[in-house]
Design a protein around this ligand. Sequence first.
Ligand code: PLP
Length: 379
Amino acid sequence: MKLFDVYPLFDIEPVKAEGSFIWDKNGEKYLDLYGGHAVISIGHSHPHYVKKLTNQFTEIGFYSNSVKISVQEELANKLGKLSGYNDYQLFLCNSGAEANENALKLASFHTGKKNIISFSKSFHGRTSLAVAATDDSKIIAPVNESENVIFLPFNDEMVFEQEMNEEVCAVIVEGIQGVGGVNVPSFSFLKTINKLCEKYNALLILDEVQSGYGRSGKFFAHQHADIQPDLITVAKGMGNGFPVAAVLIHPKVQAKHGMLGTTFGGNYLACAAAIAVLDVIEKEQLIDNAESLGNYLKKLLEGIEGIKEVRGLGLMIGIELEFPCVEIRNDLLFQHKVFTGSSSDKNTLRVLPAMNITKNDLDYFIKAFKMVLSKQLVK
Ligand SMILES: Cc1ncc(COP(=O)(O)O)c(C=O)c1O
């Protein structure tokens, strides 16, 4: 059987990883500034994470959500404490798209309404409603098209105020747009959305799948704007590579048996991985690290010729060049052995390193980046 050929692949085969480094099958070492789409939060193969998962595996790996699984409660308590959302409820699932699917469903159940507002350049996943709320017509199959989803311009408060109404059940917005090119919502845009959701009895869904878990320099990116969403979705950095995702749910939303469900969500291994990630974030103070190293990197990027704009918060950084970044990204990877990410904006490079990356590693990146940029500029 052949693999279904949906991914354009780099001809690199990683076989080992540690911290911010990856080794390929030829023994070549790479600096990872991308973490496989923002997934690696505490560094590859962190010893505490490996130990916690290994121990859990030797005890019990899986049973379904028909029995008491107390590591789920341990995870909920720890996440509540670290994120500041102690009074919220936690629904565990397996991927970012699934978390958004469930959040949108909950908003509709709770309000009894069905219109959804999403924004230009948004990305919320590839399944049913999550993809319908994603601003990319290429990945929306005819069966996913939904008249219930309305797209409004990102960061445009006036248009939002005009278009918001009592038929809306949910407004979904990323804490910081990732795939769209690292676009930070203005704090007043988020505050306006928050206020009007309350006014019109709609639920505000903050998609923190990419921007959450400390990456922005606060546990959630929306906490910079000091707002309180009704539903918060998380995945990626939550499991540092183990598939785990969740919806944090405001106490006013009442659960009913059978309302949501999943076979694999919240299994023992997923919870062990997620608890280990939170342990390390807390113990190594990685949220503060993300903030200070993000500022350090932004300073190093200041004034480099060829850069049009640097966007983002903490260690979620978009570097918009004055020209397409594809060759820069390839040169970084193949000549200097540095992984970076692209985005749907062809000029914007994404930098999403593990939150315990060092200044030395960032210095190495800047040196390599300046070299590839200057080569490109003389062409
Ligand atoms: C903001 C955001 N939401 C949702 C998703 C979908 O997550 P997953 O690929 O785990 O389904 C992504 C993935 O890139 C994302 O960046």
